[in-house]
Design a protein around this ligand. Sequence first.
Ligand code: HOZ
Length: 439
Amino acid sequence: MLNLEKSAAAFAEAKTLMPGGVNSPVRSYANVDCNPPFIARAEGDKIYDIDGNEYIDYVGSWGPMVVGHAHPNVVKALQEAVTRGTSYGAPTVIESELAKLVMSVYPSIETIRMVNSGTEATMSALRLARGYTGREKIIKFIGCYHGHSDSLLVNAGSGMATFGVPSSPGVTKGTAQDTITVPYNDAAAITEVMDKLGDEVAAIIVEPVAGNMGCVLPKQGYLRTLRDLTAKHGALLIFDEVMCGFRASLGGAQAAYGITPDITCLGKIIGGGLPVAAYGGRRDIMQKVSPAGPVYQAGTLSGNPLAMTAGLETLKIITKEPEAGEADYSRSLTLKTKKLLLGWQAKAKEAGVTIQAHQAGSMFGIFFNEHEVYDYEDSCRSDQESFKIWFKCMLEQGIYLAPSQFETLFMSGAHSEEDIDRTIAAAAKAFQAVADSRC
Ligand code: HOZ
């Protein structure tokens, strides 16, 4: 039995200090009926709590830790950088270095603006789309989560799905009415809406691989439909690749599916675990951003030298040319993820539990569902009770997973074959626990 005594005490105190005891909702474990381990440190693919428990980590800080925790190159670069000061609020060369590296992998990004979080990136991208097109309406997909700015907190995934809150109080009717929501992966539904309202729409924003209703892949041709409809109606197509960037493939979903968006939002990995995100795209659109143009957006800590350093070192590792005979970084993550999921599927089958397993490169997840999962409704029909049992049994065995069916798991370069084998063995017990609970 996992001893979480110190974590429980720390959580009790935190609840007196912060709403729900946390600074971001899902990590509270509120929907899995247990206390969250309080984390003391992390290294490689392992995370350690204040009770001394060790876990194999598949959350990876919700995506950024693609090279593992405390990678020596990242640590060394940060140690050197910190001695030069922590923030200048002034231009630095390292911002351009990171920009060039990102743009070399994402050719659709001709000009980029660094910000501090995915929320800032998507919020700013929408403002830009509205400023560029002179239109007010935006379309988002039910169950897609693009951070917590007002216009995007409508029928959103992630914590809103986890806690069953379709929209947030505090978002005005005026704001909400400019956000049109449509089911994900339904080409007929989006075509109908665009045929009716397309000329009023500034942008369609989409997670091209959805990661906040669980991991849900786009159907064949779906992203092409979005591209064609936006082009037809003079609206912009925004890919929110905060999660799937550098994960669905090195070049993200846009490279994996061969679709070029007008604007891309990135985050997580490009900060290597420090707070960084970015939005960028076609030069003519980005030239509308202040001070090149009139669409205002700013940030004291944007382009922060420590954050740029962590991002740059992380991207250098994952973009490095492989040695002869070696798989490239991204491909090796994909292969490890595949091995893990095949193992989980086999163990689920042995236990007589049906799951749907989804993978896009190094992001992945499972649903306890007899049927295929293509959208938020399908995701909601998954068996939440089974998920809870599975999650807790995995945690007990030292496997750290996202505490919600409406989130995604991530593989890192630090996960060893041995740890993947251990994770598959743990899954055998967890699926059996699910099967037993159904007897
Ligand atoms: N919104 C993130 C997950 N998709 C962060 C969750 C958290 O830290 O609570």
